[in-house]
Design a protein around this ligand. Structure first.
Ligand code: SAM
Length: 299
């Protein structure tokens, strides 16, 4: 079913600084959200400025009623009656409008784009359709790019058959693995809303039937305890939780399995490895982007 975006009315007053406090209250009564900004006219006339008071409403504002309220304040305070501007804004998806500025992201063979982007995906690339939203993982962050780049490198050497995406957020990494290796992926997140977003994104990317997402704090969900160990675990969470989970990771990783760890700053690498080495895991490769490290570890 198509989403219908409501009309929005934009209300505006241009005021002298000393009149803002008096008239602001009217917009607070008649608009759902109020904002203001200063127009600096100092270049024009010595230190002058004007304030733009703006309000937004999803119901048509009653011009007569608002004007009456403004007139009452003008009469009581001695300020000039300001001219009220009301404009009906076009019925558009403002979130989508804002997303238009986000260009696609390259990470190895992965080509991450939002649904607002309608260009042609370059040949030979693995397209990941992910919209910036409530769950982390639109591909912009250095840690996500580091993980995708590492997965791309691994994908050129080996096909993994049993991946775990721990801390999936938008599901971007799990979806990438499901697409690249055409395998079933288990994705987990501690945040139930991220779990839903990830499942939706998997469907949007045509891998919904190969993607299971569950709520789990670390490795606590039963879905992780049963069944065979994972041959690849990808976890882009922070350094401290990674360190806490080192023992669980080793317990859930197949003997010839590997893990891609991210979410740590490059100076935290020694700490993170210090937690994994006693579990028999050593560092194999690393990628650093903008000070964020992504580590490939294995036995
Ligand atoms: C930095 S985001 C990574 C999202 C995505 N995997 C990416 O690479 O862009 C970290 C995610 O891990 C989840 N998370 C944090 N602590 C967790 C835990 N103990 N167990 C499972 N998920 C956790 C957060 O809710 C968040 O969605």
């Amino acid at each position: 079913m198509p989403i219908v975006f409501p009309d929005i009315w934009h209300l505006r007053l241009v005021l002298a600084p000393e009149a803002v406090d008096a008239f602001e209250e009217v917009f607070e009564r008649f608009a759902e959200s109020v904002t203001m900004f200063m127009e600096d006219k100092s270049g024009i006339s010595d230190g002058d400025c004007l304030w733009h008071l703006e309000g937004y409403s999803r119901t048509p504002p009653d011009r007569a009623q608002i004007t009456a309220a403004l007139s009452a304040i003008a009469a009581a305070t001695g300020h000039d009656l300001p001219a009220l501007e009301i404009e009906r804004l076009p019925n558009v998806d403002w979130v989508l409008e804002n997303l238009r500025d986000f260009p696609p992201i390259d990470a190895g063979r992965f080509f991450v784009r939002g649904s607002h982007w309608d260009g042609k995906v370059p040949t030979g690339r693995i397209e990941l359709l992910v919209d910036a939203g409530t769950a982390f993982g639109s591909g912009e962050h250095a840690t996500t790019r580091g993980c995708l780049t590492m997965l791309d490198k691994l994908g050129k050497r080996r096909r993994f058959l049993h991946p775990l995406d721990l801390g999936a957020g938008s599901g971007i990494l799990g979806i990438g693995m499901a697409k690249m290796w055409a395998v079933d992926v288990l994705a987990t997140d501690i945040d139930p809303s991220a779990v839903k977003v990830a499942a939706n994104n998997a469907r949007m990317n045509g891998v919904g039937s190969r993607f299971t997402s569950v709520v789990s704090d670390g490795y606590r969900n039963r879905a992780l305890k049963q069944g065979q160990p994972f041959d690849i675990i990808v976890a882009n969470i922070l350094a401290k939780p990674l360190m806490r989970m080192a023992k669980d990771l080793a317990a859930h990783l197949a003997p010839d399995g590997v893990a891609v760890l991210s979410g740590l700053l490059d100076w935290q690498e020694r700490m993170v490895m210090g937690a994994h080495e006693p579990q028999g895991l050593r560092l194999r490769e690393r990628i650093v982007i903008d000070g964020w490290a992504t580590l490939l570890i294995g036995r």
